[in-house]
Each structure stands twice: as C-alpha cells, then as structure tokens.
Design a protein around this ligand. Structure first.
Ligand SMILES: CC(C)(COP(=O)(O)OP(=O)(O)OC[C@H]1O[C@@H](n2cnc3c(N)ncnc32)[C@H](O)[C@@H]1OP(=O)(O)O)[C@@H](O)C(=O)NCCC(=O)NCCS
Length: 148
C-alpha cells in the first residue's frame, strides 16, 4: 500500500474497469484494437498458465491504472526476460505516483521470480520518459518493426 493505492494481479471482476482504461490507452496511441484481440488479451492476463502478466493499480478501491507484460526466454541469459508492453494510468489519477508504482511492482515481481531483466519501449518524445529515467537510463538501440 502506497499513498492510498495498491497494485495487484488483475482479477475477473476488474474486466469492465480494465476495458475502459484499455480504450483510453488505445485512444492515446491512436490505434484500434479489435474486440476479439482485446478479449484475447484479457483472457490471457487472467490465465496463470499464460506468460502474460496483467497488474492493476487501485486507488480507493477503483482500478486507476494497469501494466501488461510478457515474460519470455532470452538467448543471452538463463533466467526469463520481462517485456513491459503496455502501461496506462487514468488521466484523472496521474501525477500521484501510480505509474511509478506500477513499474516498481514489476521490479519487485521480477526480483522475486528471478527474471534477469525488465525492458520496455516508448516513443522518443513521450513525456513519460521523465518517469522512466528514474528507473534506468535509455540505451542507444532503435527498434525495427516489419509488419507481416
Ligand atoms: C506514463 C504514465 C503511465 C505515468 O503515470 P503517472 O501515474 O502519472 O506517473 P507518476 O505519477 O508515477 O509519475 C512519476 C514521476 O514521473 C513524472 N511523469 C510521469 N509521467 C509524466 C508525463 N507524462 N509527463 C511529465 N512527467 C511525467 C511525474 O511528474 C513524476 O515526477 P515527480 O515525482 O518528480 O513529480 C501516464 O502518464 C500515462 O498513462 N500516459 C499515457 C500512456 C503512456 O504514455 N503510456 C506509456 C507508454 S510507453
């Protein structure tokens, strides 16, 4: 518990609140994710057998933010690697430390689970980099993305 909010694994009862935030996240990225893919992402987060990790931050008992990560093997390390793919905080709840807590939560989870690394991408001009720089400096890799 930090400053009136908690972070925990997403649960089936969070589905409606998560869908609302997910819609805001997709709007932020000006992208449209089909209802089928959204449903699949939700069900994979809720399935402990899947390597997809959904975490929600609750402020006064209400879902105010989420992170979605994928744990995968690495070729340079023995222990799994975690890719933080999505991070979002309800615009009405920003600036209160929830984004920071969602990342710190993954760091804690990863240390407990023995992951070797946590990484994420963002746009070069995303102001959220101020937050990310508090965890680690950005490296000098660029991303190539080929649509198939
Ligand atoms: C990025 C995001 C998750 C941050 O959530 P948040 O709860 O507002 O972040 P925090 O309150 O934990 O911020 C912690 C620190 O980072 C700074 N920070 C965080 N996001 C910032 C932003 N967008 N612009 C400027 N500073 C930011 C805060 O000022 C704060 O610094 P301080 O403690 O010195 O005041 C939220 O802004 C968001 O959902 N943005 C839209 C989606 C997005 O960009 N997702 C990430 C995609 S890679």
């Amino acid at each position: 518990m930090t400053a009136g909010f908690t972070v925990r694994a997403i649960a089936p009862d969070d589905a409606a609140a998560w869908r609302e935030l997910w819609a805001g996240y997709c709007a932020f990225y000006e992208t449209q994710v089909s209802p089928a893919v959204t449903a699949r992402t939700l069900s994979r987060m809720l399935d402990p057998a899947m390597p997809m990790i959904g975490r929600v931050a609750l402020k006064d008992g209400v879902v105010a933010g989420f992170s979605i990560s994928v744990v995968h093997d690495g070729t340079w390390v023995e222990a799994p690697v975690c890719y933080l793919e999505d991070l979002f905080v309800d615009p009405r709840c920003r600036g209160q430390g929830i984004g920071r807590a969602l990342i710190a939560d993954l760091v804690d989870l990863g240390r407990a689970a023995g992951w070797s690394r946590l990484y994420w991408h963002t746009r070069t001009d995303n102001p959220a980099r101020r937050l990310y720089d508090m965890f680690t400096p950005a490296d000098d890799f660029v991303r190539y993305r080929l649509k198939l």
